[in-house]
Design a protein around this ligand. Structure first.
Ligand SMILES: Cc1cc2nc3c(=O)[nH]c(=O)nc-3n(C[C@H](O)[C@H](O)[C@H](O)COP(=O)(O)OP(=O)(O)OC[C@H]3O[C@@H](n4cnc5c(N)ncnc54)[C@H](O)[C@@H]3O)c2cc1C
Length: 370
């Protein structure tokens, strides 16, 4: 059986960030990806927002990795010529009854360490976003947008420049604990292949619960629930009517249908949130009316006929509908008797923002495991 030092399962933004970080200190790393290329699942089906870190409970992994990840991502983009724009964002309310929850959200963001947040008045909003219908808003100057494809491409090329290897069209179908590390079974066009690895990092996104179960750990409490988010594109001539991202006050754990800009100067609404029992990306056209109803008070310049279906993505959630907050699982599984197995499960939003910080967490675990 061939021996490898570190296997990373999955070439989404998390697997690539982890592989790139580990390659700074370690040799003999293999990323295994079941698709023909990198980033073909959740990492290319999201809003491409660099989140500030406002919403998550204080001291949660989501809050901490989002804040550090945001800083690292802006630095990485600048250093590596990756498209990004610090657009800023408004979390806006359309009636005064929402003022108290808006203030609570501001407090949460400030406690998380997002220091530049403040509430601005209707008059101040009119000066910077004259076309929106808001009574007040939290202004978040550090929120931005990023070209996530370029980010992944850059992480991959940095990893490869340090002799990192990637196997595409290769699906991990079995992981078994052996005396020194793990036996990893992979299926590719040539059939089944087995090799051993001292470290396995499970970065397999929507599949991460199943990959963990292959070794026999984290079953019920880490079952992934698929939460689909659809987007509708707004007609191009309306995109210039806002200059920052505009979000409503979240009513549930989801952020609510919001307006995001992309680097190509386009404007999209979404994502909504709908729990589904299988992975599919078709857009339900009949949702157009409800998207419109949801945003018409806040973005009165958008008409129903401006909306056309766009893409969708699926969040790998640990909480089901209406359930309490669940954090990212970034876990050294040695305490469960699986030395060298590192689980990354439930890496939903703000996973893109947090990617470089999650990679640093994994590096700390690898350091003590080897
Ligand atoms: C609608 C939506 C909007 C979002 N918006 C934002 C946002 O604006 N900002 C933000 O910060 N985050 C956002 N996110 C979250 C972000 O997109 C994810 O956290 C991030 O992309 C997760 O990356 P990943 O690498 O873990 O998963 P993925 O990109 O899904 O990668 C996992 C990879 O593992 C591979 N794989 C799975 N099983 C196997 C196997 N057995 N063998 C080999 N390969 C395997 C898959 O093919 C896939 O390529 C959003 C998510 C969604 C769904």
């Amino acid at each position: 059986m061939d021996r490898i030092k570190i296997v990373v399962v999955g070439a989404g933004v998390i697997g690539l960030a982890v592989a790139c970080e580990l390659s700074k200190k370690h040799k003999d790393i293999l990323v295994i990806e079941k698709n023909p290329s990198f980033g073909q699942e959740t990492s290319s089906r999201n809003s491409e927002v660099i989140h500030a870190g406002i919403y998550y409970p204080k001291d949660s992994l989501k809050a901490n990795t989002c804040l550090l990840g945001k800083k690292l991502l802006y630095e990485y983009c600048q250093k590596n010529n990756i498209g990004y724009r610090k657009t800023g964002k408004l979390i806006a309310i359309t009636n005064d009854n929402e003022r108290e929850p808006l203030e609570r959200l501001l407090k949460n963001g400030l406690e998380n360490g997002v220091e530049d947040l403040k509430i601005i008045s209707k008059e101040e909003i009119k000066k910077i976003e004259p076309n929106i219908g808001a009574q007040a808003a939290i202004s978040s100057p550090s929120t931005g947008i990023i070209d996530s494809h370029s980010l992944m491409k850059s992480l991959l090329s940095e990893f490869k420049s340090r002799d990192g290897q990637v196997a595409y069209n290769a699906e991990v179908v079995g992981i078994d604990k052996i005396s020194a590390g793990f036996k990893v079974s992979v299926e590719d066009i040539d059939g089944l292949l087995n090799f051993s690895s001292l470290i396995v990092v499970n970065a397999s996104g929507l599949n991460s619960d199943k990959a963990s179960e292959m070794v026999g750990i984290r079953k019920d409490e880490c079952r992934i629930k698929y939460c689909k988010g659809d987007y509708f594109r707004v007609h191009n001539n309306k995109a210039k009517l806002i200059s920052r991202l505009i979000y409503p006050l979240p009513k549930t754990e989801a952020l609510g249908v919001h307006a995001t800009l992309d680097l190509g100067q386009g404007l999209r609404l979404g994502p909504d949130d709908e729990y589904v029992d299988k992975i599919y990306y078709d857009i339900d056209e009949s949702k157009k009316e409800s998207f419109y109803e949801n945003i018409k008070a806040l973005l009165p310049f958008i008409k129903l006929e401006d909306l056309g279906s766009d893409t969708s993505g699926i969040r790998p959630k640990l909480q089901g509908p209406g359930q309490d907050f669940r954090d990212f699982v970034i876990e050294d599984e040695s305490h469960n008797g699986f030395d060298g197995f590192i689980n990354l499960i439930g890496i939903e939003s703000p996973g893109l923002t947090a990617s470089l910080a999650i990679a640093k967490e994994v590096e700390k675990i690898v350091k003590i495991s080897l």
